[in-house]
Write a protein that binds this ligand. Sequence first.
Ligand code: NAD
Ligand code: GLY
Length: 359
Amino acid sequence: MAKQLSIGLDDHSYPIVIKDTRITANDLAPYIKGRQVMVVTNDTIAPLYLQSIVGELDAFNVDTLVLPDGEQYKNQATVDKIYDALLSQGHSRTTTLIALGGGVIGDMTGYAAACYQRGVNFIQIPTTLLSQVDSSVGGKTGINHPQGKNMIGAFKQPNAVFIDIGMLSTLAPREFSAGYAEVVKYALLGDAEFLTWLESNWAAIEQGDADTLISMIAHCCDMKAQVVEEDEKEHGKRALLNLGHTFGHAIEVEQGYGQWLHGEAVATGMIMAARLSQSLGKISTEDVQRVINILEKAKLPVKAPQHMTQNHELFLQHMAKDKKVLDGSLRLILLDKIGSAVITSDFELDTLINTIRAS
Ligand code: NAD
Ligand code: GLY
């Protein structure tokens, strides 16, 4: 089974191909503009998949760059290594960068593609579940700053996204679960029926059934494509895709990048958002329990770090730096029912503090 979607934007539409077979020259070649290609990956993914991709690019002049693996390297120093390699190997503005990896490689390579010579061609080959359902689609690219997650970046849409779900077979179960948190996110914010589908299909998802995974990933990409088509630069609706992220980013930054996985922090963050929604009378305690259950089943953390819940200032300090803060006012994505989210600053600080303490 294979599925192909497209994301239609004013001046840059592109395909998202999801399949359970290898990515080939026929897939890639139409989206490579000039003769030069640089495949950027990391030292975990390179031994697994780099040769298979490079082997499909015989018709091009291909360079490769293998970066250190880890969220802690998602920074300016690592992006500089991409520029160094491109410059020293003489890549011109018609070069194509291929990101072969998870969200960290995709975000950094996309950011380098946005900046190198003011913008070059860029293809995403996402290799984690998280990157296949979320980060490779939609054009958000960037790096972390010691003071804030994803604080430096650019919108840079790829020219194409190729997903081979076979690559998930080598992914650590903890990483698969982290990606699954983002899958649950789509259901909670916009599709109650999808939540029921996920609950019913968990066994097939966990076992890696190909058709189930392709359907699930395609559904997420389709939901994301619809949101991005409506609001590419996040002036409104796209912010809903950040359900759980304001709480989650606080956990990620406070714990130190790479300690809690991004998806793990988002899972706990979504439970915190659900608890706050329940305190405001928007959803029921049963709804909150349903959110906890689906995430707990996937072995995701459902409790925030204790030292952060006991000292709520640790949350508030980081949350105050969130990109959704406007004119000093903290805005959060909350649930007004299962399958529907809103962005709001309509909550009392005390209610937020009580939610943090109870989490
Ligand atoms: P990641 O890129 O760190 O990958 C997770 C781990 O899995 C790494 O150790 C990686 O080397 C390894 N790995 C990747 N593919 C593998 C495979 N097929 N087999 C074996 N190991 C493999 O993490 P991630 O969860 O993919 O992405 C998280 C990042 O994505 C965060 O930095 C987050 O901010 C970002 N993100 C961006 C967006 C966006 O819209 N741009 C959306 C969500 C998340
Ligand atoms: N991951 C959130 C977004 O792409 O907007």
